[in-house]
Design a protein around this ligand. Sequence first.
Ligand code: KIV
Length: 271
Amino acid sequence: MPATSKPVRVPDLKDRKKRGEKIVMLTAYDATMARLLDRAGVDVLLVGDSLGMVIMGCETTLPVTLEAMLHHTRAVTRGARRALVVADMPFLTCQTSIPEAVRNAGRLIQEGGAAAVKVEGGRPVIEAVARLVEVGIPVMGHLGLIPQSVHQLGGFRRQARDEQDAEVLLRDAKALESAGAFALVLESIPAHVAREVTAALRIPTIGIGAGPHCDGQVLVSYDIFGLYEGPLPPFVKQYARLGETMVAAAEAFAGDVRQGRYPAPEAGARE
Ligand code: KIV
C-alpha cells in the first residue's frame, strides 16, 4: 500500500522520478475494477483502448470509438479515489486535425472525468500534443509498439531493435517531452533502449515489455489477473488465475440451481 492516501496528481509523477520512486500503473475499464485497484494502491489507472480486446472481444484496438472510451472512462473515474485516471485517445481521434484533437481530448476530460489523456505515436502527433498541453490538457505519450499502428508494423512486434529505429524513438521521446508530455509509455522495446530513453528524459517513462530500467511499469489488468483468454505477450507476469476461480464459482452456482440446492428452501423469502 502507498505511504499516503493523498490523491496522485499529474506533477507528482515527475517528482517520483526525481526521488527514484517507481510508478505503478494498471489498466481499468469499470468502476468495480477501479475501486479494487485504487484500494491496492495503484498510482495510475489507464483506461486503455486495450478495452477493444479485453472487453469488446476485438482482435485489435482499432474499432474502439471515442464514445466507448467516454463510457468506460466515466465508470473508472466513479470508482477511483486516489489514483490518477488517464484515458487513451482512440484511433484517429488525435491525428486528423488539431482542433479535432482538442475537442476529443477535451471530452475525455470534461465528460469522462479523466485527469489526462494518452496519445500514441511520435512525430505525427507532436503539434497536437503541444496544443493539448497549451490548453491545459495533460498528455502522456506512448512510443515503441503502438497498437493503433498494428497493420503498419506488421503485427504486435517488438520495436526499436536496430540502432536506427532506436535513434528515431529517442528523438520522438525528446520531442514529446519538449511538447509538454508529462510521462511516456514505452512498449515492447529492448531494455537497453528503454534505459537510454529513461536517462535522457526528465519526465518519467512507464514500461510495458521494456525491461526494468523505466521509471514505472504498466500491464493490462486482465492479463495479470488471468482473466483474458487470448494469447499473452511474453513479458506478462500472471499474479492470479481469476478466470479459473470464476468458472469454478459459476459451475458451483449452476450445480446448486440444477440440483435444487439454491435457493435453500424458504431462504431469502420475504413475505
Ligand atoms: O491500451 C492500453 O491498455 C495501453 C497499455 C498497454 C499501455 O496502451
